[in-house]
Ligand binder design. Structure first.
Ligand code: 13P
Ligand code: ZN
Length: 270
């Protein structure tokens, strides 16, 4: 068996959490990541027949039975993942009953997966239905995105437009726009279901006054989406009240045409 701590997927989780912490996006235990893994790849590092313990999920994840995920632990600090991945991360397989998860590695101190496990698993189900190569769900608390929530409407088309208008990269990186949920109680099946509903059409979903979800085929894609929103939210907040120029809708359409992209309908007025 190969050393699991050297596995590329463990290293990717360590690098992502460390970067997110250093960017100031994930204070204390803020944020969580889940990454769907290839069974054959995990089998090089772990005996897949050895289940450490079974953890109930509290919701139906039947569509993911047998799928294996590496997931950040609840209450764990992103800043500590790199130095102690076996305590702060876990590898779980959705059990045959669809309502529990088999722990294959990690959560060494008796811990369990993130309290946002419903939002993560339900989002994986929704994204896999539109993209079979989807793999990563990433949740974070980036400062300027949350600041933007305090002064902007929760109308997702308006929110998307404000981002597109502030930085030419935005319409190119997320022509599909940003879904927005109102402020809700987190860590529940309800917010999980609401997030997954948005994930049917969006790769990015903002949780008003809380943070953001990004998804993708790779860690880089999920990270890059959040990074682009957050940088633009920073520009928006720095410029707020002093705006002279925003990117006109004709230019936004020109950018979309240049890259052969279809922008979210109902945002541009051209
Ligand atoms: P966890 O520590 O359970 O992952 O929760 C952090 C968080 O961001 C809640 O939304
Ligand atoms: Zn959160």
């Amino acid at each position: 068996m190969k050393n699991i701590k050297k596995a590329p997927f463990v290293q990717e989780m360590c690098r992502a959490t460390a970067n997110m912490y250093r960017l100031g996006w994930d204070e204390r235990n803020g944020g969580n990541i889940s990454y769907m893994l290839d069974e054959k790849e995990v089998g090089k590092y772990l005996n897949l027949n050895k289940v450490i313990r079974v953890i109930p999920t509290g919701f139906d994840a039947s569509k993911l039975i047998g799928k294996i995920f590496i997931v950040t632990g609840t209450g764990k600090y992103f800043k500590n993942v790199e130095t102690d991945p076996e305590t702060n991360l876990g590898i779980v397989r959705i059990a045959k009953d669809g309502t529990s998860a088999e722990l294959l590695w990690g959560y060494k101190d008796g811990g369990k997966f993130t309290s946002e496990f419903p939002a993560h698993m339900m989002s994986h189900i929704a994204r896999l239905e539109v993209d079979s190569e989807h793999r990563v769900v990433m949740h974070s608390h980036p400062t300027y995105t949350i600041a933007m929530n305090t002064i902007c409407s929760t109308d997702e088309k308006e929110f998307t437009h404000k981002l597109w208008q502030s930085n030419t990269e935005c319409i190119v990186v997320f022509p599909d726009g940003v879904g927005v949920l109102p402020c809700m109680v987190c860590g529940t099946n309800e917010i999980g279901e609401a997030t997954a509903e948005k994930m049917k059409t969006f790769r990015l979903v903002v949780w008003t006054n809380h943070g953001i979800y990004g998804t993708g085929r790779t860690m880089d894609e999920a990270f890059g989406l959040i990074e682009t929103v957050e940088k633009t939210a920073q520009i928006y907040m720095l410029a707020h009240g002093k705006v002279v120029n925003v990117i006109p809708d004709e230019i936004l359409k020109g950018l979309a045409d240049l890259w052969g992209l279809t922008p979210l309908e109902g945002v541009l007025e051209v």
